[in-house]
Design a protein around this ligand. Structure first.
Ligand code: NAP
Ligand code: SF4
Length: 647
């Protein structure tokens, strides 16, 4: 691949960026916490350097106390946070990187209980995803805020940031001023378009005044709000022109407010599915424009850069800190691609936990999981080539150990080989491609179609055997169970499915199977569970979109019931509220009733033969198994062998 665009430098005032990729702002959940200071600095430093992103933008750093957006935040108004910022910029610069500070104010998305001061907004209107009614800003408050932005800009420059990004999208404070949905003021800060844009422009002017002429300012503006009664497409273009006129150096185009009910970055959104607004803005202005959302592949980035000046990739750098270095070195198949699952990044951030990455659990742990060859090389045998086993093999090999991997099936991948059949989960292919490449590159000996017995294992004289034998589908005790089909047989395409389907089990897999069937044109689907809600256990940031999509496709759900009998014609249930029996007719009944650990008998007694055994992933604990835990456990036994619970 000859890169024409990706590695072309770009000049922003005094700052030269060596390539066209910005690592977009992500809240890491490590900010403002003493315990996480090293983690935060190591995280950004690892992503810095000649072949790192052209520019890193920090998570939002609050310009004033009521503007913090959650549990852990950095604030320009806190002395100790300025010390951390200085350490951060020094460390990034030492690694040859470039980093911008995002000037942030959450407005009505802030939590007074966490911040200790009331939240504020242009008008006292509660967000639909929030419990608090913000206080309306007075004229004096607004002028003070402009000074806070200016002060934040001055401090950002003083502590060594290379640029600032003014956060004006995603429904935060500046966006709240811009939109008629949230700005109902009748003074000069609200009403017509001119007045609603006043705050954004005044912020830009005050920051410019504070940082001087040679300092780059990125303005992150919303290209598409995706909420009712908000700014029009014409207003969005006009705003971009005004920002250009008032000396923004580059426009970074955000998509969707946090309260929007349209998925914008989940796996179900096609790659670069929301690039249109950035292209429209690019046509209207003469300053550079950055496109974002679901750009997870350097080839796609290169293609987009024929129409845009930069692309923003945020989560892809969680998944692979060396993404661009690998692209430059023509090692695209070695890239650990972000699969847009949100499970270890956004879901963690919303829960107030430090973010990591499902496919790269080292993200956020760089300070303690250092990659250096082990002093003593171990011989490690991994049984099971699902994600837990693949990661255990990969991580041990990366640390210099000698690794053999056994997989009973014809290909490695485990449950991911099933998941990749779900139409919205095609990205899982990338994870299997990554592991296949990496295991080969690192010299792991892979034996497929092979279930080793105890003697096979002893022949390796292993120091450690990792049992990653995964799970088997649970077969509940229901009369006539033989008439139901376990989900793996459906997903592997081995069984015919009728028009009317009942699925026993409404967790993540029940939902996945429904998506699989919808794609095949089957819409009469009833998801059942005995108690609880549909899709329980799915992450906060994806569950709503997934359930919304299923409902729109006619999938129905029932709960509070017990299963009495399965027949070739359907399923007899008892309604637990009324005690009445019902017969649910179905052409096909599918079992998605969870899993049980799979540890074949021949491995049960291995530890008695004096071999260290570690059991990980679904084999260790089938309940609440998900890929995040499986991959994490695979990495953890390699990086923290002392924590292995050997059995
Ligand atoms: P799950 O989420 O635990 O759901 C299992 C379902 O089976 C529940 O609806 C449960 O409902 C039912 N069930 C359990 N025992 C049963 C029994 N004895 N008889 C009848 N029904 C029974 O498991 P899963 O759907 O197999 O998913 C496995 C894991 O992968 C979960 O942690 C899940 O979150 C994760 N996953 C995640 C995604 C994702 O996109 N993030 C996708 C797929 C799976 P009742 O007990 O109420 O009847
Ligand atoms: Fe991407 Fe999922 Fe990793 Fe988040 S957790 S960075 S969405 S792969």
């Amino acid at each position: 691949m000859k890169w024409e665009k990706l590695f072309e430098p770009i000049q922003l005032r005094r700052l030269t960026l060596p390539n066209r990729v910005m690592m977009g702002s992500m809240h890491l959940g490590m900010e403002g916490s003493k315990d996480q200071e090293e983690a935060l600095i190591s995280f950004y430093t690892e992503r810095s350097g000649d072949n790192g992103p052209g520019l890193i933008v920090t998570g939002g750093i609050s310009v004033s106390p009521e503007g913090d957006g959650g549990h852990h935040f950095l604030g320009f108004y806190r002395e100790d946070d300025l010390r951390v910022m200085k350490r951060l910029t020094d460390s990034v610069h030492e690694a040859n990187g470039r980093i911008a500070a995002q000037l942030f104010h959450a407005g009505r998305y802030a939590y007074s209980q966490m911040n200790g001061v009331p939240s504020v907004a242009p008008s006292p209107i509660k967000s639909p995803i929030h419990r608090e009614v913000p206080e309306e800003l007075t004229e004096i408050d607004i002028l003070n805020l402009l000074e806070s932005y200016a002060e934040a800009g001055r401090k950002a420059k003083a502590v060594g940031f290379d640029a600032v990004e003014i956060m004006g999208s995603e429904g935060y404070l500046i966006n709240q001023f811009l939109s008629p949905r949230t700005n109902k003021r009748s003074d000069k800060w609200g009403g017509n378009f001119e007045n609603r844009t006043r705050f954004a422009i005044e912020v830009l002017k005050s920051v410019r005044n504070a940082v001087g002429d040679d300092y780059p300012i990125i303005f992150r503006m919303s290209g598409l709000d995706l909420v009712p009664d908000s700014s029009t497409p014409e207003e969005t273009i006009q705003l971009a022109k005004k920002l250009e006129e008032h000396e923004a150096d580059i426009l970074n185009i955000g998509i969707g407010w946090h309260e929007s009910t349209v998925p914008t970055i989940s796996m179900m959104v096609p790659r670069a599915g929301f690039i249109e607004p950035a292209l429209k803005i690019k046509e209207a202005v003469n300053i550079p424009v950055i496109g974002s959302n679901r750009i997870n592949d350097p080839l796609l980035a290169e293609e987009l850069l024929y129409k845009l000046d930069m692309v923003s990739m945020a989560r892809p750098f969680l998944a692979d800190a060396n993404l661009l270095a690998k692209a430059k070195g023509q090692a695209l198949d070695q890239i650990n691609t972000c699969i847009a699952c949100n499970q270890a990044c956004l879901d963690h951030a919303f829960e107030g936990k430090a973010v990591s990455c499902l496919v790269n659990p080292r993200a956020g742990r760089e300070h303690k999981w250092t990659i250096k060859k082990a002093d003593k090389t171990k011989t490690v045998v991994v049984i099971g080539g699902g994600v837990a086993g693949m990661e255990a093999a990969r991580a041990h090999a990366e640390l210099g150990h000698t690794v053999t991997l056994y997989e009973a099936n014809a290909a490695i991948g485990g449950q991911f080989n099933l998941a990749r059949k779900i139409p919205i989960k095609k990205e899982f292919d990338e994870t299997i491609r990554y592991y296949t490449t990496e295991l080969n590159r690192l010299g792991v000996q892979i034996n497929v179609n092979h279930k080793p017995n105890a003697d096979d294992l002893l022949a390796h004289s292993p120091d450690l055997v990792v049992l990653a034998t995964g799970v088997v589908p649970r077969l509940p005790v229901i009369p006539g169970i033989k008439h139901a089909i376990p989900y793996p047989e459906i997903l592997s395409g081995n069984r015919e499915v009728g028009k009317k389907v009942v699925i026993i089990g409404a967790g993540g897999i029940g939902c996945d199977v429904s998506h699989f069937l919808i794609e095949k044109g089957i819409h009469d689907i009833l998801l059942l569970r005995r108690n609880g809600k549909m899709g329980e256990g799915l992450g906060k940031t994806t569950k709503w979109a997934m359930l919304q999509d299923l409902k729109q496709n006619g999938v129905t759900f029932r709960t509070n019931l017990s299963y009495e009998e399965i027949t070739p014609e359907g399923l007899k249930i008892t309604n637990s509220e009324t005690g009445e029996q019902e017969f649910l007719k179905a052409d096909t009944i599918i079992l998605a009733a969870g899993q049980e650990s799979n540890i074949p008998e021949e491995y049960e007694n291995l530890s008695q033969k004096g071999i260290d055994i570690a059991v990980i992933g679904g084999a260790r604990l089938a309940g609440e198994l998900d890929a995040k835990r499986a991959i994490y456990e695979g990495a953890k036994i390699a990086f923290e062998p002392e924590t292995i619970s050997v059995r």
